[in-house]
Write a protein that binds this ligand. Structure first.
Ligand SMILES: Nc1ncnc2c1ncn2[C@@H]1O[C@H](COP(=O)(O)OP(=O)(O)O)[C@@H](O)[C@H]1O
Ligand SMILES: [Mg+2]
Length: 238
């Protein structure tokens, strides 16, 4: 079933037209990837879905209900959560304080249960629970950002380049976490520049270039399409 649908979306920053008649779908329980070079419009697409930069025209629907025009907090309440590029962790607060602050915002009653879920997904965060955000490694910061988005009821998680700047071994642990998140039934929309990772874990992909969708299809359709890879993904011919 299609969970999220963007139909003919146009988004501007001031007078700059960034997304052009963008249409895409994300299936329930699947990992859908947004691929494309730096500056192609991945972050803007995610911000547009979240209501942070609302579309000037076009519609966004979640489970058949129109969400374009809703405020970000209303979209959040539907269980649509953002893991921002750059992670957005408070550096002077501890791991646990960062989580508890997010729980207050999400109006979560039973903090113990929620923390238990986080520690189960990312045991390293439990070990570091009293450490300030500033002392975490890049991978741990990313885990904390993901954990924060999963607090409470999460139906759709929008992840903006979670593996950016991470060492291969750490990318592996994020990848495993993604697998567990998907297995728990959460729908994932993932913006990625790591094409190899995206093709391994993604079910469907949308390639965006200059604010336009240039190609949509499953991993296999991209792997076998040399033109798409060289034109939009910077993958060189071998
Ligand atoms: N706040 C902003 N104001 C104006 N232009 C922006 C802003 N943020 C991004 N852009 C422009 O929008 C385009 C898409 O950017 P972005 O969505 O961040 O791409 P990506 O996430 O794929 O790297 C780029 O040309 C970028 O320069
Ligand atoms: Mg971006």
């Amino acid at each position: 079933m299609t969970a999220l649908t963007l139909d003919g979306v146009n988004t501007f920053y001031g007078r700059s037209h960034i997304l052009f008649d963008l249409s895409l779908e994300a299936r329930e329980g699947a990992v859908t990837c947004l691929l494309g070079r730096n500056g192609s419009g991945k972050t803007t697409t995610i911000r547009t879905i979240m209501g942070l930069t609302p579309p000037a025209s076009g519609t966004i629907a979640w489970e058949g209900r129109r969400i374009s025009g809703l405020r970000p907090w209303q979209i959040f309440r539907l269980g649509i959560k953002l893991v921002p590029q750059g992670r957005g962790i408070f550096p002077r607060l501890s791991v646990e304080e960062n989580l508890r602050l997010a729980m207050v915002r999400a109006e979560i009653g039973d903090a113990g249960v929620e923390l238990g879920k986080v520690w189960a997904l990312f045991p390293i965060l439990e070990e570091r629970r009293r450490q300030p955000g500033a002392t975490l490694s890049g991978g741990q910061l990313q885990m904390l950002a993901i954990a924060r988005a999963l607090l409470g009821r999460t139906r759709l998680i929008l992840m903006d380049e979670p593996t950016e700047g991470l060492a291969p071994l750490v990318v592996q642990s994020i990848r495993e976490a993604l697998g567990r998140i998907r297995a728990s039934g959460v729908t994932v929309l993932l913006a990625e520049q790591n094409v190899r990772l995206a093709l391994e874990i993604g079910d469907q992909h949308h390639i965006i270039d200059n604010g336009r969708i240039r190609f949509s299809g499953p991993s296999e359709a991209i792997r076998s399409n040399e033109d798409v890879k060289t034109s939009y993904l910077g993958v060189s011919r071998r």
